[in-house]
Design a protein around this ligand. Structure first.
Ligand SMILES: *Cc1c(COP(=O)(O)O)cnc(C)c1O
Ligand code: SF4
Length: 358
């Protein structure tokens, strides 16, 4: 019999009939599923976390298509060509997206464990608007030839959907390249399919090595974190793999103070280190998830800074074609002059420290 995680993938919840086993589908949800030509679906495990009766359930919003995806008032057309610098002069395989000198994003697969409705790569992942060829060998050859690359971020799709054998080959091939110092894997599976973290996977990618592997997952609401996730993360860490989170700021999912704070506290309790919170990117068809740009910085100010453990503080960034731009709250320095700085804390109290000449 196939492994449990493989069965989960084979039994993907991606039709109205299957969805109805988990929730009471609303008329709006039914209409979107029947009308939109979009790839959607999730694992049975993640579907079981949805609220049966509440259409505003943060997990339902991420899983079930919405007619609002037809609207594109504020999104950019051909978003990925712009964002991933696919129209620049440097010749690169389709699998390599580059914004920095020393690191690249390497796409190795187009399928996912969940087709997030807010995905900024939807032109590739759910809508099939942008046809690209993701050839692992071609990408590896490019990386071998570029000795300035020291950090490879493996992305998709969801790279952990590759078989253990394919992952072992990919990771060991990268580790053999002398200039590669670290490998990162971007995967939602620790959240949507924690059953994927098997002994076989740990054998393929874990264990002591001079070239460490980091996993960055994506969890956007505390409801997504379960005992299964805790165990999967513990197993990853036991094999020497650090786990970070890259949340997306999503309207109705995590854009209020209690939800934002609970998410970050529960991530830490699950041993996942909050790394980034991304502004929801201006890709087409996801206007309904997007907040004003300032919102993330305000939430860090009002929900996290000073209010909870320092380790729970992510960096809020806006991902663009020229790299990630940090947007942090900047209310701390109230005044400065040659003599002193006036500083403010999260409670609005102020204090002064002397300034120091160069
Ligand atoms: C996000 C990203 C990286 C990694 O950025 P870090 O800030 O180092 O996490 C690298 N390359 C591309 C193209 C990216 O989008
Ligand atoms: S798992 Fe990642 S790539 Fe796949 S749909 Fe979700 S956000 Fe997009």
């Amino acid at each position: 019999m196939a492994e449990e995680w493989v069965q989960q993938v084979q039994n993907e919840v991606n039709t109205l009939e299957k969805l109805e086993k988990y929730i009471n589908v609303t008329d709006d949800e039914r209409k979107a599923i029947n009308t939109l030509k979009t790839k959607w679906g999730t694992t049975p495990y993640f579907a079981s976390l949805m609220d049966k009766d509440d259409p505003n359930c943060p997990i339902r919003k991420q899983v079930i298509p919405s007619m609002k995806e037809k609207v594109n008032e504020f999104g950019m057309d051909d978003y990925l060509v712009w964002k991933e610098n696919r129209a620049t002069e440097e010749v690169r395989p389709d699998s390599i997206a580059r914004q920095y000198k020393d690191r690249i994003a390497f796409t190795v697969i187009e399928v996912c464990g969940i087709y997030c409705r807010h995905c900024f790569r939807r032109e590739i992942v759910t809508e099939d608007d942008l046809q690209l060829r993701f050839d692992v060998e071609e990408g590896l050859a490019w990386i071998r030839e570029h000795s300035e690359i020291r950090d490879v971020l493996i992305t998709g799709g969801d790279p952990l959907l590759l078989s253990d054998d394919k992952l072992e080959y990919l990771i060991s091939s990268l580790r053999e390249i002398p200039h590669i110092e670290m490998i990162r894997i971007g995967s939602r599976l620790p959240i949507v399919l924690p059953q994927r973290i098997t002994n076989g996977l740990m054998k393929a990618i874990g264990g002591f090595h001079k070239v460490p592997v980091w996993i960055n997952t994506q969890c956007n609401n505390a409801k997504e974190l379960t005992e299964e996730t805790e165990k999967a993360i513990f197993k990853l860490m036991g094999g020497g793999i650090n786990v970070g989170n890259q949340a997306v700021l999503l309207k109705g999912v995590n854009d209020n103070v209690p939800a934002f704070r609970e998410l970050h506290q529960k991530l830490l309790r699950t041993r996942i280190r909050p790394y980034y919170v991304f502004y929801c990117e201006p890709a087409p068809g996801i206007d309904h998830f997007r907040t004003p740009v300032e919102k993330g910085a305000e939430l860090i100010r009002d929900a996290l800074r000073g209010h909870t453990t320092g380790l729970a503080q992510p960096m809020y960034v806006l991902a663009t074609n020229i790299g990630k731009i940090p947007l942090m709250p900047d209310y701390y320095i109230m005044d400065k002059n040659d003599k002193e700085y006036t500083l403010r804390n999260h409670l609005g109290q102020t204090t002064k420290i002397p300034n120091m000449p160069e």
